[in-house]
Write a protein that binds this ligand. Structure first.
Ligand code: ATP
Ligand code: MG
Length: 356
């Protein structure tokens, strides 16, 4: 029997609540298929850990995680711990150390989900964002000069390497070719006269290797508008770290809200673990009340199953989410229901049991 070793980082706030339900669903699926199982190891890292130990994870944390097949992460963040610390010292360190250079975010309006756009059909919103995840505007390079003085200057550098730019664009072309869809590149070459001119050039170059893939290219400002006025025109989208971060939040709004948005951080070579997480944060306002919506965490579990090659089970989870959304029977308050987190999880377990 194949065993998948999963490192679970429940994190802070609602992270542990939603992850708990996700683990329940994954375990049930493995129980129903005797050919594989999951072996979960929990790590207590995050902001709570930080307040005790002055760091977000163990010093050898990356070493500890290295041998796992995947990481399943809830959320990190805590009032009192600056966001740039919780982000950089855990999430970004994992993404970069494990070269998880592909951030995959489905922006898809599921059956029964409520879009922030009026009069939208499910088919109108069906995109896959492929966001560069290790460099670009989030390279961390910069300087802070003459702090507090009149001539104070702050530099935040964007770093686009040829290797980093080419591999994300090539990955996106592979997906677009496999799925027979249009690939759209989003950049901003009119204003960012080095980085984005380079991005556009690399996109052109790589496109020559994929003559069968239809392509389009937009400036990020136009793309933000078009996602609202004409979302149908986007299928597979490739873009930089910052633009992808912002546009996928627009995506979350038009595809049913932050409680539904899932993301995968992929190391395509599988040399190191990939990481699967809901896009939302720790939501301290509702933490500990059994009110948090676990649907995004289920969707990221579905991405994990896809990654391991169990697409049929990934699909069972996504259609299970659609069933929950459509019947409206068991939804958390943010989705207009009255169910608790664990009730939604129990129902999801019931649905997958009936489907497998
Ligand atoms: P962090 O600092 O970790 O990012 P946050 O408060 O910014 O935490 P977000 O996830 O960005 O949390 O969400 C903003 C708000 O949206 C939350 O305060 C919460 O009310 C709501 N929210 C987010 N995720 C969920 C969820 N899974 N279920 C229900 N409500 C949610
Ligand atoms: Mg937040």
């Amino acid at each position: 029997m194949k065993t998948y070793k999963i490192a679970v980082i429940p994190g802070d706030g609602i992270g542990p609540e939603v992850i708990n339900e996700g683990v329940k669903v994954l375990n049930k699926i493995a129980e129903l298929d005797s050919s594989f199982k999951f072996d979960f190891t929990y790590f207590p890292w995050g902001c709570r850990f930080y307040t005790k130990h002055g760091k977000m994870m163990d010093d050898d944390g990356i070493d500890q995680l290295k041998e796992f097949d995947a990481i399943y992460l809830g959320a990190v963040g805590f009032p009192g711990v600056p966001d740039h610390i919780s982000l950089w010292d855990l999430l970004l360190v994992i993404r970069k150390s494990f070269d998880q250079y592909v951030n995959l975010r489905p922006v898809k309006l599921l059956r029964g989900a409520h879009s922030a756009l009026a009069n939208t059909k499910n088919d109108d919103i069906d995109m896959l964002f492929i966001r560069e995840n290790t460099e670009g505007e989030y390279s961390g390079a910069g300087d802070w000069l003459f702090k507090g003085q009149d001539n104070e200057v702050v530099l935040q550098n964007a770093v686009f390497s040829r290797k980093g730019t080419e591999r994300i664009i090539r990955y996106a072309f592979e997906v677009a070719r496999r799925e027979g869809k249009t690939l759209t590149s989003i950049s901003k070459a009119n204003a960012l006269n080095y980085s984005m001119v380079f991005w556009d050039e690399v996109f052109e170059e790589v496109s020559l290797d994929y003559p069968e893939v239809k392509t389009a290219s937009y400036l990020v400002d136009a793309a933000a508008m078009l996602m609202i006025t004409d979302p149908k025109r986007f299928e597979i989208v490739v873009t930089s770290n910052l633009f992808g971060d912002i546009l996928t939040d627009v995506g979350a709004a038009i595809a049913g809200g932050i409680g539904l948005a899932a993301g995968a951080n992929i190391n395509p070579k599988r040399k190191y673990p990939s990481m699967f997480e809901p896009v939302h944060g720790s939501a301290p306002d509702i933490a500990g009340k059994d009110l948090s919506n676990p649907l995004a965490t289920f969707w990221s579990a579905s991405q994990m199953l896809d990654f391991f090659g169990y697409e049929e089970y990934g699909e069972v989870i996504v259609s299970g989410i659609e069933e929950l959304l459509s019947t409206k029977e068991l939804l958390t308050p943010d989705m207009g229901g009255t169910a608790t987190t664990s009730e939604v999880g129990d129902k999801m377990v019931e649905i997958v049991t009936s489907q497998i």
